[in-house]
Design a protein around this ligand. Sequence first.
Ligand SMILES: [Zn+2]
Length: 326
Amino acid sequence: MLNIIMYHYVRNNEDYFYDTFSRRKDEFEAQIDFFRRSSEIVDPADMEKIKYYLNNHNEEAYLLTFDDGYKDHFYCAKYLFDRNIRAFFFPPISSLNGEILDINSIHMIIGVRGLKIKKILKVISEICLSSNFLLTLNKQKVDINTYLENFKIVDNYDDRNTLMIKRILQKDIIGDDNRKFIIDILIKKFIGEKSSKISSELYLNIDDLQKMKNMGMLFGSHGKTHRWLTNLNYFEQKEEIEKSLKTLKELQLIGSDEPMSMCYPFGAYDSNTIKLMGDLKIDLGFTTDIGASMATNKKEFIFKLPRWDTNHFWDNKWRRPCVFVK
Ligand SMILES: [Zn+2]
């Protein structure tokens, strides 16, 4: 089986003005060294070996993936390169254009030190009321008060208020422009920096990516604009995936002999997505479902590969890398 590990931020929070759920740099290094000692870290270009481990119940190995194209990943690539290890990186194309992905605006707003979650919700609520913005909840159009009263989704990561803010700002406000309007106000009010400056500090630029390519790193699609694919129809999804791969190829970040891979933004995919994987001749599809990856008797398993989060292999109590206890 293959333990595919997913990284997002790899940084020391004290170096930034906002907090993120991140792997600290020394933790990252300890974890990589642990993986190397306990098994093999598979070369992402080696499809034969990837398939070998996916079909082997007795032996396990690791495969490393990095989502969202953060500047943090340049340091990671360098660390891996020095140890002759390669990994998959998934930068969304819009992060290369000086835009801030909504997901990162949301992380920053939630992470500003000393800012209470309730205060953010209050501001969102006021804007929705004064601008008459509606939201989607359980497939119905509702106003913000109804939304806040009836929101019942739970997940393993966030408390209710934090999860509500994320869902409201990621997708539940009706109308993309309305959603962006609110995010912009929150960024100005609570962060107060220009988005171009934030973006250039947060994301890898093309020069960084090409240097990483020269270190032997592999790249795959994380969409053009990092949207929930499940909110899009077949043709809109095709545009997101096909265009992003085209751009990565034009930048010579995907070589003709390398596997074509797709990492679904927010881990979201549906039957259209899976059909597209075949139609676009993509080799591997990465989800955010949690677990070890194993071949099944369904051919499409290769487009639904689960991953572990880096936290699943980190013992927070004793602050050391560990094997996930199954
Ligand atoms: Zn992402």
